[in-house]
Ligand binder design. Structure first.
Ligand SMILES: Cc1cc2nc3c(=O)[nH]c(=O)nc-3n(C[C@H](O)[C@H](O)[C@H](O)COP(=O)(O)O)c2cc1C
Length: 179
């Protein structure tokens, strides 16, 4: 599968078959994370692999619209550690978090290529931080659930997304005419 196809066909998956992913498959997903861009190549991402049902259930109580989390075979919490203080200005404007989100996108596409579904879960970060023993200095970006889909999606219809013209301006924000 090429990158364009993975980008176009990937869909969020919320229902999974039982069974955690084998380690070699997880390795490929993490390898994709490794190659995401980051400010000054700080690589501000850490991961907690969660397979324990009790932990998944505990986190699902703090997931905004994701009761299904408890049913997922596994999840990966994405943690943003503080970066070297020499880059603190970059941190102060939030850049490490965006880099970690890019790592997540890489992971989603690598997973998709192997027939594995993913779902970004929005969480109450402070609660999840406590459940996972994440230090206060670190930011919990998301808990991404993943696994083999109950039903493999075939990709969204084109009209599932707004038209790109609606998002593009020329030279100044809101100037819709290219001249
Ligand atoms: C920042 C972010 C937060 C999201 N939060 C949730 C969530 O809490 N629960 C959920 O089921 N899906 C969540 N999603 C997945 C979106 O609902 C999904 O990406 C969107 O509906 C578009 O569908 P698609 O991913 O299949 O293209 C989130 C996605 C992003 C990028």
């Amino acid at each position: 599968m090429d990158v364009s196809e993975a980008i176009r066909k990937r869909s969020t998956v919320r229902q999974f078959r039982n069974g955690s992913l084998p380690d070699d498959v997880l390795d490929r997903i993490f390898e994709a994370a490794r190659w995401a861009p980051s400010p000054f190549n700080t690589q501000p991402w850490e991961f907690v692999i969660i397979r324990d049902k009790e932990t998944l259930r505990a986190i699902s109580k703090y997931a905004r619209y994701s009761g299904y989390l408890a049913e997922a075979p596994m999840a990966i919490a994405v943690i943003v550690p503080p970066v070297n203080s020499k880059f603190s200005w970059v941190e102060s404007i939030g850049e490490p978090r965006f880099a970690a989100a890019m790592a997540v996108q890489n992971m989603m596409l690598a997973a998709w290529e192997m027939g594995i579904g993913t779902c970004w879960v929005s969480i109450e970060r402070e609660k999840v931080r406590e459940i996972l023993d994440v230090p206060k200095t670190h930011f919990v970006l998301t808990v991404m659930r993943l696994g083999y889909p109950e039903v493999m999606p075939t990709g969204h219809e084109d009209n599932f997304r707004k038209k790109i013209e609606d998002s593009i301006s020329y030279e100044k924000y809101g100037k819709k005419v290219n001249k």
